[in-house]
Design a protein around this ligand. Structure first.
Ligand code: PFF
Length: 446
């Protein structure tokens, strides 16, 4: 079967911005800050940066090399070369992981849409401080609304993917990413001007070196690095398959690792000074963005505007990440089933919407449904984030490090300096697989 000409990014900046759009998402805005806070602040930051540089960055480059070389979707990229069967399964696993993450990610992003709309129209402004938790719970308990916002979010991601690589994904990222950078910096600047901001900064940056002795810290740092960079699900493989000849992949990988990390730090600076300035506790997970922060906004001068900007930031960051996940599934459908882009995007979007409905209901009407002692959304997050994602990561680095002929892998990586090649191969062949294996074993024992 002859393949239609493969789509391409229209520009270098487009590729970098789209990949940054994949990396910067819900993970940077609340997850990073709270995981960092729980794990000793600055100590976590040191471990996190070490994980990004030593393991995350080489893994990003491994995915880029694989995608740039094969110029195929994930399953295709994995099955090029010898003895493809087991590896094709690894590719199919990546598509499935992307699909499952997308399903529940869209539910949480739908909450962000709801809060953005609520603050923009004024419905949520002036919410009395004590009512934030009750309001969020009431929203979740209702069967229709969370599902409708989940649908709205998935529909917008589907529209972007349906428009195509250059006209949809690249254009959305070109508009949204610089805007998001500006918003996060403005919010951080404003948060720093609040009285008592220093305590928030201390929470995020004051070193508690004793925390470095806890193995849990490294696990948290590595897991966060993978989730945040978007490694292990074939997104970076798929995006790299659309680059033009001569793209400098190592430079792009470095920019993404640096940009993603800086974004997380800036979001932490935007969030914690405000939380501490008003004497609130940094709560866990989704509650931070949807319960704690609305209490902060209720107290802040200009809090309604701050809130509108914040939830726009959260929604738009989530959108470009969800688009990347949907593209993995759609690209697979296009190649494997020969579907047109629009049909593939629509089918993938509808299927992921359907798969996310239990998670949307699981925080409300179905909140008593528990699997392994957790709610539906938490189980999907746990199984994909802690299990499938590290498995996907190990598959990529092992494949590139051990199965692709060495010269071809180095050539595809675009690395030119001998020292960097050696460091990269060391990371991809030994360090990253060992670190991920330790993480999986530790999780199994947890
Ligand atoms: N990196 C995104 C975030 O930090 O929210 C989430 C994500 C996107 C994970 C794409 C995985 C992925 F393939």
């Amino acid at each position: 079967m002859s393949e239609p000409a493969r789509e391409q990014w229209a520009s270098r900046a487009g590729f970098v911005l789209a990949t940054l759009g994949c990396a910067v998402g819900l993970g940077n805005i609340w997850r990073f800050a709270y995981v960092a806070g729980e794990n000793g602040g600055a100590a976590f930051l040191v471990a996190y940066v070490a994980c990004v540089v030593a393991i995350g960055l080489p893994a990003v480059l491994a995915e880029f090399a694989l995608g740039g070389r094969a110029r195929l979707d994930v399953v295709g990229a994995f099955s090029t070369g010898r003895a493809p069967r087991a590896r094709r399964r690894a590719g199919a696993g990546a598509v499935l992981t992307a699909f499952l993450i997308l399903a529940y990610y869209s539910v949480v992003a739908g909450w962000a849409y709801k809060y953005f709309a609520g603050y923009a129209t004024g419905e949520l402004r002036g919410l009395p401080r004590g009512e934030a938790a009750a309001r969020f719970a009431a929203f979740l308990r209702e069967p229709f609304e969370p599902t409708a916002w989940h649908f709205a979010f998935m529909a917008s991601a589907t529209a972007v993917v349906a428009l195509g690589v250059a006209r949809g994904i690249e254009r959305a990222s070109r508009i949204l990413m610089p805007l998001l950078g500006a918003i996060v910096l403005l919010l951080a600047g404003y948060a720093l001007s609040l009285p008592g901001a220093a305590r928030g900064l201390a929470f995020l940056f004051a070193p508690d070196w004793s925390a470095l002795a806890r193995p849990g810290l490294y696990l948290a740092a590595l897991g966060q690095a993978f989730f945040s960079l978007g490694v292990g699900m074939g997104v970076l493989i798929t995006y790299a398959s659309y680059v033009r000849e001569g793209e400098r992949l190592p430079r792009a990988a470095g920019m993404i690792a640096a940009g993603d990390t800086l974004f997380a730090v800036a979001a932490g600076i935007a969030i914690f000074p405000a939380v501490f300035a008003f004497g609130l506790d940094p709560a866990q997970g989704p509650a931070l963005a949807f319960v704690t922060l609305p209490q902060v906004f209720a107290l802040m001068p200009g809090g309604g505007w701050f809130a509108t900007a914040f939830f726009f930031l959260l929604s738009a960051a989530a959108l470009t990440s969800a688009v990347s996940l949907l593209e993995v599934v759609a690209a697979f459908g296009m190649r494997r089933l020969g579907l047109a882009r629009r049909t593939a995007a629509l089918l993938a979007g509808l299927a992921a919407f359907a798969a996310g409905v239990p998670a949307a209901l699981g925080s409300g009407v179905w909140r008593d449904v528990a699997l392994l002692g957790r709610g539906i959304l938490e189980v999907m997050d746990y199984v994909t984030g802690s299990l499938l994602l590290p498995l996907g990561g190990i598959a990529v680095v092992v494949f590139v490090g051990w199965f692709v002929p060495r010269a071809a892998a180095v050539e595809a990586s675009g690395l030119r300096s001998g020292a960097l090649v050696r460091l990269w191969l060391l990371a991809v062949r030994y360090l990253a697989p060992a670190a991920i294996a330790v993480m999986l074993v530790a999780l199994a024992g947890a």
